[in-house]
Ligand binder design. Structure first.
Ligand SMILES: [Zn+2]
Ligand SMILES: [Zn+2]
Length: 301
Protein backbone atom coordinates (compact mmCIF):
# COMPACT_ATOMS: atom_id res chain seq x y z
CA UNK A 1 0.00 0.00 0.00
CA UNK A 2 1.18 3.50 -0.81
CA UNK A 3 0.45 5.39 2.38
CA UNK A 4 -0.59 9.01 2.41
CA UNK A 5 -3.00 11.61 3.74
CA UNK A 6 -5.52 14.21 2.69
CA UNK A 7 -3.57 17.48 2.60
CA UNK A 8 -4.69 21.08 2.37
CA UNK A 9 -4.52 23.19 -0.79
CA UNK A 10 -4.78 26.50 1.06
CA UNK A 11 -2.51 29.10 -0.57
CA UNK A 12 -1.82 26.91 -3.60
CA UNK A 13 -2.44 23.43 -5.02
CA UNK A 14 1.25 23.38 -5.93
CA UNK A 15 2.21 23.28 -2.25
CA UNK A 16 0.10 20.20 -1.40
CA UNK A 17 2.87 17.73 -2.35
CA UNK A 18 5.32 19.63 -0.14
CA UNK A 19 2.91 19.36 2.79
CA UNK A 20 2.38 15.67 2.13
CA UNK A 21 6.08 15.02 1.89
CA UNK A 22 6.77 16.80 5.17
CA UNK A 23 4.47 14.47 7.12
CA UNK A 24 5.80 11.30 5.45
CA UNK A 25 3.31 10.66 2.62
CA UNK A 26 3.99 8.53 -0.43
CA UNK A 27 0.61 9.54 -1.91
CA UNK A 28 -1.70 12.48 -1.28
CA UNK A 29 -5.37 13.29 -1.59
CA UNK A 30 -6.43 16.88 -2.28
CA UNK A 31 -9.48 18.93 -3.07
CA UNK A 32 -8.91 20.67 -6.39
CA UNK A 33 -11.13 23.58 -5.28
CA UNK A 34 -13.15 24.70 -2.28
CA UNK A 35 -15.06 21.61 -1.17
CA UNK A 36 -18.12 23.44 0.12
CA UNK A 37 -19.08 25.72 -2.76
CA UNK A 38 -20.58 24.69 -6.06
CA UNK A 39 -20.07 27.84 -8.11
CA UNK A 40 -17.73 27.71 -11.05
CA UNK A 41 -14.03 28.26 -10.34
CA UNK A 42 -11.24 29.71 -12.47
CA UNK A 43 -9.15 27.25 -14.46
CA UNK A 44 -5.84 26.18 -12.91
CA UNK A 45 -3.03 28.28 -14.47
CA UNK A 46 -0.41 26.23 -16.37
CA UNK A 47 2.43 27.44 -14.12
CA UNK A 48 0.56 26.09 -11.08
CA UNK A 49 0.09 22.71 -12.75
CA UNK A 50 3.78 22.60 -13.55
CA UNK A 51 4.77 23.54 -9.99
CA UNK A 52 2.39 20.86 -8.64
CA UNK A 53 3.91 18.18 -10.85
CA UNK A 54 7.48 19.29 -10.09
CA UNK A 55 6.77 19.16 -6.37
CA UNK A 56 5.23 15.68 -6.70
CA UNK A 57 8.42 14.43 -8.37
CA UNK A 58 10.77 16.26 -6.00
CA UNK A 59 8.98 14.87 -2.96
CA UNK A 60 9.14 11.30 -4.28
CA UNK A 61 5.33 11.11 -4.23
CA UNK A 62 4.02 8.33 -6.43
CA UNK A 63 0.39 9.41 -6.85
CA UNK A 64 -2.17 12.09 -6.08
CA UNK A 65 -5.93 11.59 -6.02
CA UNK A 66 -8.69 14.18 -5.87
CA UNK A 67 -11.64 14.11 -3.47
CA UNK A 68 -14.62 15.80 -5.13
CA UNK A 69 -16.70 18.58 -3.64
CA UNK A 70 -19.02 17.41 -0.82
CA UNK A 71 -22.04 19.27 -2.20
CA UNK A 72 -22.18 17.32 -5.42
CA UNK A 73 -25.19 14.99 -5.42
CA UNK A 74 -25.40 13.07 -8.68
CA UNK A 75 -28.80 11.71 -7.65
CA UNK A 76 -30.34 15.00 -6.56
CA UNK A 77 -34.14 14.92 -6.74
CA UNK A 78 -34.40 18.56 -7.85
CA UNK A 79 -33.76 19.63 -11.44
CA UNK A 80 -31.49 22.48 -10.39
CA UNK A 81 -29.59 20.40 -7.85
CA UNK A 82 -28.91 17.74 -10.44
CA UNK A 83 -27.82 20.27 -13.05
CA UNK A 84 -25.40 22.07 -10.66
CA UNK A 85 -24.01 18.77 -9.42
CA UNK A 86 -23.36 17.45 -12.90
CA UNK A 87 -21.66 20.64 -14.05
CA UNK A 88 -19.52 20.71 -10.89
CA UNK A 89 -18.57 17.07 -11.41
CA UNK A 90 -17.48 17.79 -14.98
CA UNK A 91 -15.31 20.54 -13.56
CA UNK A 92 -13.74 18.05 -11.11
CA UNK A 93 -12.88 15.68 -13.97
CA UNK A 94 -11.47 18.51 -16.09
CA UNK A 95 -9.31 19.82 -13.25
CA UNK A 96 -7.94 16.35 -12.57
CA UNK A 97 -7.00 15.99 -16.24
CA UNK A 98 -5.19 19.34 -16.19
CA UNK A 99 -3.23 18.36 -13.07
CA UNK A 100 -2.34 14.93 -14.48
CA UNK A 101 -4.36 13.15 -11.78
CA UNK A 102 -6.26 10.04 -12.84
CA UNK A 103 -8.69 9.55 -9.94
CA UNK A 104 -11.60 11.68 -8.76
CA UNK A 105 -13.08 10.10 -5.63
CA UNK A 106 -16.66 11.07 -4.86
CA UNK A 107 -19.63 10.14 -2.69
CA UNK A 108 -22.20 8.56 -5.02
CA UNK A 109 -25.22 10.55 -3.82
CA UNK A 110 -28.29 10.80 -1.61
CA UNK A 111 -31.82 9.89 -2.68
CA UNK A 112 -33.52 12.68 -0.67
CA UNK A 113 -36.62 10.60 -0.04
CA UNK A 114 -37.10 9.38 -3.60
CA UNK A 115 -35.79 5.86 -2.98
CA UNK A 116 -32.52 4.05 -3.52
CA UNK A 117 -33.31 2.33 -6.83
CA UNK A 118 -34.06 5.61 -8.56
CA UNK A 119 -30.91 7.19 -7.06
CA UNK A 120 -28.61 4.43 -8.33
CA UNK A 121 -30.05 4.82 -11.83
CA UNK A 122 -29.75 8.61 -11.74
CA UNK A 123 -26.11 8.41 -10.59
CA UNK A 124 -25.23 6.16 -13.55
CA UNK A 125 -26.95 8.62 -15.92
CA UNK A 126 -25.16 11.58 -14.30
CA UNK A 127 -21.81 9.87 -14.72
CA UNK A 128 -22.50 9.21 -18.41
CA UNK A 129 -23.50 12.85 -18.82
CA UNK A 130 -20.30 13.97 -17.10
CA UNK A 131 -18.04 11.73 -19.21
CA UNK A 132 -19.71 13.08 -22.35
CA UNK A 133 -19.21 16.72 -21.30
CA UNK A 134 -15.77 16.58 -19.68
CA UNK A 135 -12.47 16.84 -21.49
CA UNK A 136 -10.82 14.28 -19.27
CA UNK A 137 -10.11 11.07 -21.20
CA UNK A 138 -7.52 9.87 -18.67
CA UNK A 139 -9.57 10.40 -15.52
CA UNK A 140 -11.64 7.78 -13.71
CA UNK A 141 -14.63 8.53 -11.50
CA UNK A 142 -14.02 6.64 -8.27
CA UNK A 143 -17.11 5.72 -6.26
CA UNK A 144 -16.49 5.87 -2.51
CA UNK A 145 -18.53 3.49 -0.38
CA UNK A 146 -20.55 5.27 2.29
CA UNK A 147 -21.70 4.66 5.87
CA UNK A 148 -25.32 4.96 4.76
CA UNK A 149 -26.05 8.00 6.91
CA UNK A 150 -29.40 9.67 6.17
CA UNK A 151 -30.57 9.01 2.61
CA UNK A 152 -27.05 8.45 1.29
CA UNK A 153 -26.66 5.52 -1.13
CA UNK A 154 -23.55 3.45 -1.89
CA UNK A 155 -23.39 1.76 1.52
CA UNK A 156 -22.99 -1.70 0.01
CA UNK A 157 -20.59 -2.85 -2.69
CA UNK A 158 -23.59 -4.37 -4.47
CA UNK A 159 -25.02 -0.85 -4.82
CA UNK A 160 -21.74 0.45 -6.24
CA UNK A 161 -21.77 -2.49 -8.68
CA UNK A 162 -25.30 -1.57 -9.74
CA UNK A 163 -24.20 1.98 -10.55
CA UNK A 164 -21.28 0.63 -12.59
CA UNK A 165 -23.60 -1.78 -14.42
CA UNK A 166 -26.02 1.05 -15.20
CA UNK A 167 -23.36 3.24 -16.81
CA UNK A 168 -22.37 3.17 -20.49
CA UNK A 169 -18.75 3.80 -19.43
CA UNK A 170 -17.99 1.10 -16.84
CA UNK A 171 -14.33 1.14 -17.87
CA UNK A 172 -14.05 4.64 -16.46
CA UNK A 173 -15.49 3.76 -13.06
CA UNK A 174 -13.52 2.56 -10.05
CA UNK A 175 -14.01 2.21 -6.30
CA UNK A 176 -12.49 3.70 -3.13
CA UNK A 177 -13.00 1.75 0.09
CA UNK A 178 -13.28 3.87 3.23
CA UNK A 179 -12.59 1.60 6.21
CA UNK A 180 -14.73 3.65 8.61
CA UNK A 181 -17.69 3.73 6.20
CA UNK A 182 -17.35 0.01 5.49
CA UNK A 183 -17.56 -0.86 9.19
CA UNK A 184 -20.32 1.67 9.90
CA UNK A 185 -22.28 0.20 6.98
CA UNK A 186 -22.20 -3.23 8.65
CA UNK A 187 -19.15 -5.10 7.30
CA UNK A 188 -17.17 -6.60 10.17
CA UNK A 189 -13.55 -7.12 9.09
CA UNK A 190 -11.82 -7.06 12.46
CA UNK A 191 -10.76 -10.73 12.19
CA UNK A 192 -8.79 -12.51 9.42
CA UNK A 193 -11.96 -14.39 8.39
CA UNK A 194 -14.03 -11.21 8.37
CA UNK A 195 -11.39 -9.43 6.32
CA UNK A 196 -11.28 -12.20 3.71
CA UNK A 197 -15.09 -12.30 3.61
CA UNK A 198 -15.14 -8.55 2.94
CA UNK A 199 -12.66 -8.87 0.09
CA UNK A 200 -14.65 -11.79 -1.32
CA UNK A 201 -17.73 -9.61 -1.26
CA UNK A 202 -15.87 -6.75 -2.99
CA UNK A 203 -14.50 -9.22 -5.56
CA UNK A 204 -17.94 -10.65 -6.35
CA UNK A 205 -19.61 -7.25 -6.69
CA UNK A 206 -17.39 -4.47 -8.07
CA UNK A 207 -14.29 -6.65 -8.59
CA UNK A 208 -10.96 -6.26 -6.78
CA UNK A 209 -9.30 -4.75 -9.85
CA UNK A 210 -11.64 -1.76 -9.54
CA UNK A 211 -10.33 -0.86 -6.07
CA UNK A 212 -8.21 2.21 -6.78
CA UNK A 213 -7.78 3.65 -3.28
CA UNK A 214 -8.50 3.18 0.41
CA UNK A 215 -9.43 5.80 2.96
CA UNK A 216 -7.85 4.61 6.18
CA UNK A 217 -10.04 5.85 9.03
CA UNK A 218 -11.02 4.17 12.28
CA UNK A 219 -14.68 4.49 13.34
CA UNK A 220 -16.06 6.28 16.39
CA UNK A 221 -19.34 4.46 15.86
CA UNK A 222 -20.14 0.77 16.38
CA UNK A 223 -20.57 -1.84 13.66
CA UNK A 224 -23.57 -0.99 11.43
CA UNK A 225 -24.18 2.36 13.18
CA UNK A 226 -24.50 4.11 9.77
CA UNK A 227 -22.73 7.17 11.19
CA UNK A 228 -19.81 8.71 9.32
CA UNK A 229 -17.50 9.58 12.23
CA UNK A 230 -13.78 9.13 11.77
CA UNK A 231 -11.34 8.29 14.55
CA UNK A 232 -7.55 7.87 14.92
CA UNK A 233 -6.21 4.50 13.75
CA UNK A 234 -6.53 1.93 16.51
CA UNK A 235 -8.49 4.20 18.85
CA UNK A 236 -11.94 3.52 17.45
CA UNK A 237 -14.22 0.50 17.23
CA UNK A 238 -12.26 -0.99 14.33
CA UNK A 239 -9.01 -1.23 16.28
CA UNK A 240 -5.59 -1.95 14.82
CA UNK A 241 -6.05 -5.37 13.21
CA UNK A 242 -7.94 -4.37 10.03
CA UNK A 243 -5.16 -1.90 9.24
CA UNK A 244 -2.54 -4.58 9.91
CA UNK A 245 -4.29 -6.83 7.35
CA UNK A 246 -4.40 -4.05 4.76
CA UNK A 247 -0.79 -2.83 4.91
CA UNK A 248 0.44 -6.43 4.63
CA UNK A 249 -1.86 -7.41 1.76
CA UNK A 250 0.07 -8.11 -1.44
CA UNK A 251 -3.05 -7.37 -3.52
CA UNK A 252 -2.83 -3.69 -2.59
CA UNK A 253 0.90 -3.14 -3.02
CA UNK A 254 0.39 -0.16 -5.32
CA UNK A 255 -2.94 1.10 -4.01
CA UNK A 256 -3.01 4.47 -2.21
CA UNK A 257 -4.08 4.22 1.44
CA UNK A 258 -5.09 7.70 2.53
CA UNK A 259 -5.56 9.01 6.07
CA UNK A 260 -8.29 11.65 6.42
CA UNK A 261 -8.15 12.05 10.18
CA UNK A 262 -7.21 13.96 12.32
CA UNK A 263 -6.20 16.38 9.57
CA UNK A 264 -3.26 17.93 11.43
CA UNK A 265 0.41 17.57 10.47
CA UNK A 266 1.37 16.09 13.83
CA UNK A 267 -1.56 13.68 13.75
CA UNK A 268 -0.74 12.49 10.23
CA UNK A 269 2.95 11.98 11.14
CA UNK A 270 1.97 9.89 14.16
CA UNK A 271 -0.62 7.82 12.28
CA UNK A 272 1.62 7.12 9.28
CA UNK A 273 4.34 5.99 11.66
CA UNK A 274 1.86 3.71 13.43
CA UNK A 275 0.64 2.19 10.14
CA UNK A 276 4.24 1.56 9.04
CA UNK A 277 4.96 -0.15 12.35
CA UNK A 278 2.34 -2.79 11.38
CA UNK A 279 4.32 -3.79 8.28
CA UNK A 280 6.10 -7.16 8.52
CA UNK A 281 7.92 -9.66 6.31
CA UNK A 282 10.98 -9.59 4.07
CA UNK A 283 9.33 -8.00 1.02
CA UNK A 284 6.40 -6.15 2.54
CA UNK A 285 3.80 -4.63 0.21
CA UNK A 286 3.97 -1.35 2.13
CA UNK A 287 7.13 0.66 2.59
CA UNK A 288 8.09 0.16 6.26
CA UNK A 289 9.98 3.42 6.30
CA UNK A 290 9.21 6.99 5.47
CA UNK A 291 10.04 7.32 1.77
CA UNK A 292 13.07 9.34 0.75
CA UNK A 293 12.71 12.32 -1.58
CA UNK A 294 13.96 12.76 -5.12
CA UNK A 295 13.22 9.35 -6.56
CA UNK A 296 14.09 9.82 -10.20
CA UNK A 297 11.89 8.49 -12.95
CA UNK A 298 8.69 8.23 -10.95
CA UNK A 299 5.46 9.44 -12.53
CA UNK A 300 3.49 12.25 -10.95
CA UNK A 301 0.02 10.89 -11.39
ZN1 LIG B 1 -15.08 10.87 1.09
ZN1 LIG C 1 -16.12 9.53 6.19
Amino acid sequence: MRLGAHVSISESIALAPVRGRSVGCETIQIFSRSPRMLRKTKPIPPEQTKAFQDNMAKGGLVRAVIHANYLINLSSSTKNGLRYSRVAFVEELDRAQVLGIRDVIFHPGAHMGKGEARALKTIAESLDWAFDHAVAPDVAAVLENTAGQGTVVGHSFAQLAEIIKGSSHPERLAVCIDTCHTFAAGYDFRTPDGYEALLRNVGETVGLSRVRAFHLNDSKGELACHADRHEDIGKGKLGKDPFRFLVNDERFRDTPGILEFPGTDGGYRRELKLLRSFVTGPNPPTSPERPRGKRAGRGTA
